[in-house]
Ligand binder design. Structure first.
Ligand SMILES: C[S@@+](CC[C@H](N)C(=O)[O-])C[C@H]1O[C@@H](n2cnc3c(N)ncnc32)[C@H](O)[C@@H]1O
Length: 245
């Protein structure tokens, strides 16, 4: 079975096997919140935009979205979804590859869990430099409950759209890391392959510190793009931060 870098081959089946079908709800949450901003939110930087699923939802709601991602293969999928007019940037965080200033930035479905704690800190600072005063940074991250859940569910098998896959998670709770091996054992359109991904469970204290140091205030967390507070059952927390005005 081919062993390839993260998001090289997975890009081809990502939309079918990896993603929660939640983007419309998530975008609705962002839109409702941003509509209340008296300064207006019109431009959004989608950090780790992947195949463009969130960008598509935001564009449909009237936002101008620029997507940035490290994976050329994921960006190629985003290009076919979003068409030729949307700006897509190939850049590896903490590089963002743009000098534009945005009203808001977002990063969804665990993109920032791929960063080491140091790169997370540097990336938060880089995003802050690309936002106007009072600009928003809204992103999600795995919680400690997700770390425990993943530890307890180390093997997940499934079938979707003709793709059969096995996901093996090796969580080190002390190091707060997870090495995930995704084996597509039967691929609808190609050869079977294996990809290995490393993710980091950032602690709440680390995240808050990075945000405050970068100039964000009014930092809060909610349960996965809802108005519900985070509690011990929350697997994915949505962080909402605004730059000082
Ligand atoms: C789980 S996917 C999420 C994609 C998209 N946000 C979504 O909601 O479907 C994680 C994405 O993060 C990107 N990524 C991982 N590490 C990165 C880095 N250091 N810089 C930029 N993008 C990165 C991957 O290429 C991948 O597209």
């Amino acid at each position: 079975m081919n062993e390839v870098g993260a998001y090289t081959r997975l890009a081809g089946v990502y939309d079918e096997i990896v993603v929660d079908p939640c983007y419309s709800l998530w975008a609705g949450f962002l839109d409702a919140m941003w509509k209340l901003d008296a300064q207006g939110v019109h431009t959004v930087l989608d950090v780790c935009c992947g195949t463009g699923l969130m960008a598509a939802e935001l564009i449909e709601r009237g936002y101008r979205v620029v997507g940035a991602d490290a994976s050329a293969a994921m960006l190629a999928r985003a290009r076919s979804l979003l068409g030729p007019d949307v700006q897509l940037i190939e850049a590896t965080l903490p590089e963002l590859g743009t000098a534009e200033v945005f009203d808001a930035a977002t990063s969804n479905f665990d993109g920032l869990n791929y960063l080491t704690p140091e790169d997370f800190r540097l990336s938060v600072a880089a995003v802050a430099r690309r936002l106007r005063p009072g600009g928003w940074f809204v992103f999600d991250l795995h919680t400690d409950a997700m770390m425990t859940f993943t530890f307890d569910n180390a093997v997940v098998q499934g079938e979707s759209d003709g793709n059969e896959f096995v996901i093996l998670s090796d969580v080190d709770q002390h190091a707060r890391t997870c090495q995930t091996t995704i084996k597509v054992v039967h691929s609808r359109d190609g050869e079977p392959f294996t990809e290995t991904h490393i993710q980091y469970f950032h602690s709440d204290a680390q995240v808050e510190l990075a945000l405050i140091a970068a100039g964000f205030d009014a930092v809060r967390r909610v349960d996965e793009y809802t108005d519900d507070p985070v509690d011990e059952t929350t697997l994915r927390a949505t962080w909402i931060a605004r730059l000082a005005g």
